[in-house]
Ligand binder design. Structure first.
Ligand SMILES: Cc1cc2nc3c(=O)[nH]c(=O)nc-3n(C[C@H](O)[C@H](O)[C@H](O)COP(=O)(O)OP(=O)(O)OC[C@H]3O[C@@H](n4cnc5c(N)ncnc54)[C@H](O)[C@@H]3O)c2cc1C
Length: 407
């Protein structure tokens, strides 16, 4: 074996496919398949386009998303003045739920079962000549002579290791620093079985700043909420909050609810600019490298792209710094911008104005559609908003956080 890939999620399977096609001897290690990963399952058009050479979308079940409905609970005052601060619809304070619907085109977003989507990626890698060792890796040691991979089934050696083992990456812990608490978010929620739809629903909430989402996978809704791990909000509290939302909106009817909780890397501005992704004999890809958009939580595209870049770099026999430079240039700056915008983006004053704009302005709905589809870079978000939205609204929406922001 030349290359050991620990983890066969999107990042590991994509790396394996590229490497095997390039003639490398590559083994993925992962005991989990088939498995349903706690995830929204939203796969953007850009992610599907990236893997179109390996995976036919018809080969996995998916829901084509036609629209995104945005909600904001208000207290009867105009949106933005008195934003959502309460959980309980029964507290009698919530008078209404503002709503705005954004149409999505065929290229924007599908929602998949992660069991199906990941299986299609793994199957493509196996067909290309990669191997899958269905065992859990218990330790990884990198030394001058190569890489030692200890598994529950014995020890293997490789010349190089790719850490594609997700947010709690063992490889990351061995070759670099584990993520700090302030670099992680916790996502908590439920799969609501037997219900689906062609619409994603996103309700903005002020505390913790962010949103509750419902993503309709084929056969079930993936519903959840996310909070920074160091925000002092327990997973139990978040789950109760999600359950209350499900009840209040009636979105799942009487569906059986299956709980989940899982970490998501959520890097700050400085972290995203100084990503640790490569060293002698190792690369980190996907969640193990921290590559998730801190606003939209899109991680699948970055997992696929980074897996591909790591593999291409290895096939060229390039130094570790080549992969690191590519990640920094193509992703690091963009994630750093997202991290910088995040606090302002979820501020109630911004969300209130955004909701009004979504209701009134086709141009803003187009911007939001592109954000959902992963087509809107943060580098020119401000400029596009200023150009397309009535100046006064954009000014209030963006001030003061984003006006200081320089892309
Ligand atoms: C609740 C939630 C909702 C999300 N929603 C979305 C969304 O809608 N769209 C989106 O783009 N992103 C979303 N994300 C992010 C997305 O799930 C991740 O970014 C993506 O799965 C990262 O892919 P990966 O291959 O890097 O890691 P993973 O998909 O986590 O795969 C890692 C693999 O490594 C294996 N592994 C781990 N440790 C070991 C070990 N020691 N030995 C062997 N194998 C091991 C695991 O079993 C797993 O199969 C969401 C995340 C969460 C938690």
């Amino acid at each position: 074996m030349d290359i050991a890939i620990i983890g066969a999620g999107p990042a590991g399977a994509r790396a394996a496919w590229v490497l095997a096609r390039g003639g490398a001897r590559v083994t993925m290690f992962d005991a989990s398949h088939p498995r349903e990963k706690p995830c929204g399952g939203g796969v953007t058009g850009r992610a599907l386009a990236l893997v179109a050479d390996a995976v036919n979308p018809a080969s996995f079940t998916r829901t084509q998303i036609r629209s995104a409905r945005f909600l904001l609970r208000t207290f009867g005052a105009s949106a933005g003045q008195v934003p959502d601060r309460t959980l309980s619809a029964s507290a009698g304070q919530v008078l209404e739920r503002e709503s705005a619907t954004v149409a999505l085109d065929d290229e924007a977003l599908v929602v998949t079962s992660r069991a199906d989507f990941d299986a299609a990626l793994v199957s493509a890698a196996l067909n290309a000549g990669a191997e899958l060792d269905r065992t859990r890796v218990t330790d990884v040691q990198v030394d001058a002579g190569g890489v030692r991979v200890d598994t529950r089934a014995g020890t293997r050696r490789a010349a190089f290791v790719i850490g594609a083992d997700g947010a709690t990456s063992l490889v990351r812990r061995r070759v670099a620093e584990p993520f700090r608490r302030d670099q992680l978010s916790i996502a908590t929620g439920f799969f609501a079985h037997g219900v689906s739809s062609s619409e994603i629903v996103i309700e903005f909430v002020a505390d913790p700043p962010g949103y509750i989402w419902s993503f309709p996978r084929p056969g079930h809704l993936a519903i959840g909420i996310c909070a920074e791990a160091c925000a002092g909000v327990s997973a139990g509290h978040l789950r109760a909050r999600t359950a209350e939302w499900i009840r209040a909106t009636g979105i799942a009817g009487g569906a059986r609810l299956e709980p989940y909780a899982w970490p998501i890397p959520s890097l700050g501005t400085r972290d995203a600019q100084t990503l640790t992704v490569a060293g002698p004999r190792w690369h980190l890809v996907g969640d193990a490298a921290g590559l998730v958009d801190p606003i939209t939580r899109e991680g699948i595209y970055f997992a696929l792209a980074s897996g591909q870049w790591a593999a291409e770099s290895l096939l060229r026999d390039a130094p570790a710094s080549a992969y690191a430079s590519r990640v920094a240039a193509d992703v690091g700056n963009e994630l750093a911008r997202a991290a910088r915008l995040k606090a302002g983006f979820f501020r109630p004053s911004f969300i209130g104005v955004l909701m009004s704009a979504l209701q009134q302005s086709a141009a803003i709905r187009a911007v939001m559609a592109d954000l959902v589809a992963g087509r809107q870079s943060y580098a020119d978000l401000k400029w596009r908003l200023l150009k397309t939205l009535e100046m006064g609204i954009a000014w209030r929406a963006l001030f003061p956080q984003l006006l200081r922001y320089r892309p």
